[in-house]
Design a protein around this ligand. Structure first.
Ligand code: NAX
Length: 327
């Protein structure tokens, strides 16, 4: 049996945490032969800590053979101690009357503290996935607050957008979702992101040629994927949770165990490719192998795509400017 690895999850008693922890403990994220120690962070408030305790009791009651230990805490330095993986899910939600700018600043405080704690106590190879919104900018803040860790190990979740786009395309083209390869979602995890199937294939043939509908792309597909989160809230009365947890599992599993040459979307610090300034956390296509991701470079960018990629970049630059004075 392998040595256990330490997986930190913040916001562990929240909706996504509840849909995520049991799957990590059952081996769906890191493999059925990889024991895990779960290190769970929640807010210090009594209600949050009591809810966390309840989640830990349920984890215990599953008797997962791969669950080698559990820690529940309100201290980031305890939760991140020697962590090999950190899933930063907990964030300040947008309250009534709260401006976008205030939300950004409230979350900047959280992710500065958590970045510093990771810097101080996590494994030097910790792989970080930020789910809590605004995910890309929160990941940027955590990365900037952790100067001793590898910047490339701070990532943001665009996998839910990627998976949403895959299903919309599979429905439109009437093909199995698993047959679609080489999809990309560029940019910010927000309604401005740009799902792009120009390179996508089905059984090796072009998906774009098969669909051949520019109007559907611009006026149905892109807005549907962009507004999917809002549509879920409208239907369910609550934001996406199981699908978000599933996307987090997909993201971390692929990063840790590899994609076998297939493209997936990750929000990663830019190396300057595609006209995105260095360091901005931007959704790009990657392949993963041996615990590392590699960005797919030099894809052609047409005028429509350039405009879409610049629009989502402008939003990220605006967010970055809004927190620049804190970093
Ligand atoms: P919930 O409100 O159900 O849970 C969040 C939990 O985090 C709460 O239990 C809260 O006590 C805890 N928390 C808040 N601040 C914390 C801190 N500083 N340290 C530790 N714990 C803290 O939200 P949930 O539905 O689970 O969503 C969590 C986050 O994911 C939200 O920011 C949400 O916007 C974001 N999402 C991101 C997605 C993505 O694709 N990147 C999609 C789904 C989701 O909307």
């Amino acid at each position: 049996m392998k040595q256990p690895v330490r997986v930190a999850v913040t916001g562990a008693a929240g909706q996504i945490g509840y849909a995520l922890l049991f799957r990590i403990a059952s081996g769906e994220m890191l493999g059925k032969d990889q024991p895990v120690i779960l290190q769970m962070l929640e807010l210090p408030m009594e209600k949050a800590q009591a809810a966390l305790k309840g989640v830990m009791m349920e984890l215990e009651d599953c008797a997962f053979p791969l669950l080698a230990g559990m820690v529940g805490t309100d201290d980031p330095e305890v939760a991140f101690k020697d962590a090999d993986y950190a899933l930063l899910v907990g964030a300040m939600p947008r309250g009534p009357g709260m401006e976008r700018k205030d939300l950004l600043l409230k979350n900047a405080e959280i992710f500065t503290v958590q970045g510093k704690a990771l810097n101080k106590v996590a494994s030097r190879d910790v792989k970080v996935l930020v789910v809590g919104n605004p995910a890309n900018t929160n990941a940027y803040i955590a990365m900037k607050s952790a100067p001793d860790l590898k910047p490339g190990n701070f990532t943001a979740m665009l996998r839910l957008d990627h998976n949403r786009a895959l299903s919309q395309l599979a429905n439109k083209a009437d093909v199995p979702v698993a047959d679609i390869k080489k999809l990309v979602v560029w940019g910010n995890h927000s309604p401005t992101m740009y799902p792009d199937y120009r390179f996508a294939t089905v059984d090796g043939a072009s998906l774009k040629d098969k669909i051949n509908d520019a109007d559907w792309n611009a006026n149905t597909f892109i807005p549907t994927v962009g507004k999917r989160g809002a549509a879920i809230i409208e239907a369910r009365g609550l934001s996406s949770a199981a699908s978000a947890a599933n996307a987090a599992i997909d993201h971390m599993r692929d990063w840790a165990l590899g994609t076998d040459g297939e493209w997936v979307t990750m929000g990663v610090p830019s190396d300057g490719s595609y006209g995105v300034p260095e360091g901005v956390i931007y959704g790009v296509p990657v392949t993963c192998a041996n615990g590392e991701y590699t960005v797919i470079k030099d894809l052609p960018v047409d005028d429509f795509s350039r405009a879409a990629m610049d629009k989502t970049l402008a939003e990220l630059e605006e967010e970055r400017a809004g927190v620049a004075h804190l970093l």
